[in-house]
Write a protein that binds this ligand. Sequence first.
Ligand code: NAP
Length: 296
Amino acid sequence: MSSLLPPDRQLGVIGAGVMGRTLLRGLFDAQLLQPSQAWASAHSQASCDEVTSELGIPCFPGAATDLGLGLAQEGGLERRLLDTDVVLICVKPKQAADVVDALARNGVRRDTLLVSILAGVTTSRLEQLLDLSNPWVRAMPNTPCVVGAGMTVVAGGTHASTAHLDLAQRIFASVGQCRIVDEAYCNAVTALSGSGPAYMYLMMEAMADAGVRVGLPRDLALQLVAQTMLGSARMVLETGRHPASLRDDVTTPAGCTIGGVLMLEDGKIRSVLARAVEEATRIVEQLGKTAKAKAD
Ligand SMILES: NC(=O)c1ccc[n+]([C@@H]2O[C@H](COP(=O)([O-])OP(=O)(O)OC[C@H]3O[C@@H](n4cnc5c(N)ncnc54)[C@H](OP(=O)(O)O)[C@@H]3O)[C@@H](O)[C@H]2O)c1
């Protein structure tokens, strides 16, 4: 696979937490980027020490507002940004304005691609905060990126070209699947696949409890449930068949499975799941507004 960037170009991660580190690890493991081509920043010195020891890259401490100071000790954010073609912004949404401010103050190049994974924060808001013509890509990954099975969507802002979107897609494809979508879908995607692992874990926990209720040891119940979820997901993705059709294959007439399915329907499982995603979408819209209010 060809490298993401020419050998003398850099990628920076601002906010090297769970997602930031996972993306860096994915890029290194896929040989899309060499550690010598990356730098990161985190809030605390302790996190930075962990990043440097885990990933072998320089990591600079300090709140985003002090970012220039943290990096100044190592030659300056200004100098480092000159060589940086891509910056991944992986802090919390409420820190968006501080990070953008640090980039602007330290002279980010106008052609540096800025990729934000901040839930709810739109590219139009980020463009407005930076007030420069940089290309922005908004991405929404999920935590299974940690095991290379993530699901990410990317959407381009006003100045993002097809090449920028392709570059962003390659970054996230190193840790799972990635699709390019219209930004109008991003809040719904956040609620569905960004938050989705939490729903799946809740269901797995409940199913494992159910297994214990009918007499199985807990570790066996959990393995049965997790592998069943994984296998069912692969059946949907790899056969391309509708889930209802696959379900029909399992439900023999007057059998036990249709009995279980009807109990789930009695419990209104479909509308409970729909309401959960609806509520998460409403909250992610609020997150975006919080980022705006803080910046305004
Ligand atoms: N987790 C998910 O499932 C998920 C999925 C999709 C998108 N996201 C988005 O990803 C972003 C990060 O989530 P996460 O779970 O990776 O969070 P996280 O583990 O808490 O990472 C946040 C990182 O930002 C650093 N940081 C905090 N303030 C900073 C500052 N002012 N300047 C520079 N770095 C700073 C923190 O440093 P310290 O370690 O020193 O505190 C930490 O390393 C969020 O915006 C979230 O919306 C998360």
